[in-house]
Design a protein around this ligand. Structure first.
Ligand code: HSE
Length: 411
């Protein structure tokens, strides 16, 4: 079984390293003699011990009948999508860590893999080294999944942890995450929430059986979170985390959102720190199951990719359970019609107490050390998203400055 690895960045080099480090046990576990024949990358790696395997021309992989498994770890949509599609059409199984690709084209590529009796595997696309894709469609197969919520992005969790525990600035923490190889090539995808959005789309598509596209999921990142918000979350009894979540609704629709949120200190997700991810899956038979581990980084991600390579080598046909139908773009309900609880921080001379009560009902005031006289913070009761947004507009019209608005979740 000959393998081609497309991409020799952080994850790609980790895949080659893990593959040869565990070569003997992988051969035993797969029952196949495997080897990496090609590594595709436009750059030169003259000092690599694998320099003889490097190629720059994708057609060598596409047209080589010896290649049975192709690992795509280039990232991005193009040319990854074009290459993956071509490989599946040639009857080669594909293993990828590329969440952008799976979130945008998963239904189509899974369909293509079935048509050609091969596999399209993507365990590494969600949760880095955490097994979550296979547990969802195999180990939890006896459940109807009603809800998934998780810390799905290592970079933002690393940044928030540094802000919470070390009062580190957002910019310094992001720089450190980039140096450690956690961040995307363009870290905007991390800090603006798109990476977590792609991952919740993959999980919900698999769990609920219909493709949910990133454009359907309301997404907010962590760029507006301040150390003051962190302090108020602490006084409330919790921490701020970037949470991707989805819930099955009656009538076939789902609610889905990615946003920062106050999470109570007692929640299992609250203690998921640094680059770790935590994913809570609610099944009707199991109740809550929580998956925890390193969500980013070279070797954890490579671990998931190489395990998929072993599964692809062992497989005798396409997986039946790793599967979902195409979506119609209307699977997700209108997020503004959903309810939430909010933490709101205001700056205003009189702190608009009466107006706050009128707009949000009884609220729970919060306090922090060093709180200026003209600053107020509170937590609302449950309120429709659209009503909360309208309330904030009215506060602004009355002269208040909205310094922070973060959802409060109960996981
Ligand atoms: N940038 C991603 C993260 C990498 O920080 O989680 C793993 O998908």
């Amino acid at each position: 079984m000959k393998i081609a690895v497309m991409g020799h960045g952080v994850v790609g080099s980790g895949v080659v390293e893990v593959f040869y480090q565990h070569y003997e046990s992988l051969t035993r576990k797969s029952g196949k003699e495997m080897d990496i024949k090609y590594i595709l990358d436009l750059r030169d790696f003259p000092d690599s011990p694998y320099r003889d395997k490097f190629i720059k021309d994708f057609s060598l992989i596409e047209n080589d009948p010896e290649i049975g498994i192709v690992v795509e770890v280039m990232g991005g949509l193009h040319p990854a999508y074009d290459y993956v599609k071509a490989c599946l059409e040639k009857g080669k199984s594909v293993v990828t860590s590329n969440k952008e690709l799976v979130a945008a084209k998963g239904a189509e590529l899974l369909h293509l893999a079935r048509e050609h009796n091969v596999n399209f595997f993507f365990e590494a696309s969600v949760g880095g080294g955490i097994p979550i894709i296979r547990p969802l469609h195999l180990c939890l197969a006896a459940n109807e999944i009603s809800e998934i919520a998780g810390i799905l992005n290592g970079t933002t969790n690393f940044i928030l942890t540094k802000m919470i525990r070390e009062q580190m600035s957002f910019a310094d923490a992001l720089k450190l995450a980039q140096e450690l190889g956690y961040a995307e090539r363009n870290p905007a995808a991390d800090v603006e929430g798109q990476d977590a959005c792609r991952k919740i789309c993959i999980l919900v598509s698999l769990a609920f059986g219909r493709h949910v596209y990133p454009e359907e999921v309301h997404t907010e990142g962590i760029t507006r979170i301040t150390l003051e918000d962190v302090a108020y979350a602490g006084s409330w009894g919790g921490v701020i985390k970037l949470i991707g979540r989805a819930k099955r609704l009656e009538g076939g629709k789902v609610s889905a959102m990615v946003s920062p949120a106050f999470i109570h200190a007692g929640s299992q997700l609250a203690s998921v720190d640094d680059v770790f991810n935590g994913i809570l899956v609610r099944g009707d038979a199991t109740g809550d199951v929580v998956f925890y581990g390193k969500g980013a980084g070279k070797l954890p991600t490579a671990s998931a990719v190489v395990a998929d390579v072993v599964e692809a080598a062992k497989a005798t046909g396409s997986s039946r359970s790793l599967n979902w139908e195409d979506g119609d773009g209307h699977t997700v309900c209108d997020w503004q019609e959903t309810v939430s609880v909010f933490y709101i921080r205001l700056k205003s001379a009189a702190c608009q107490k009466e107006l706050v009560k009128q707009l949000f009902g009884e609220v729970k005031p919060l306090h922090r050390d060093g709180q200026p006289q003209d600053e107020a913070a509170f937590v609302t009761g449950e309120i429709l998203e659209k009503d909360a947004a309208a309330g904030l507009e009215q506060l602004k019209a009355a002269g208040a400055e909205v310094l922070g608005c973060i959802r409060v979740l109960d996981y």
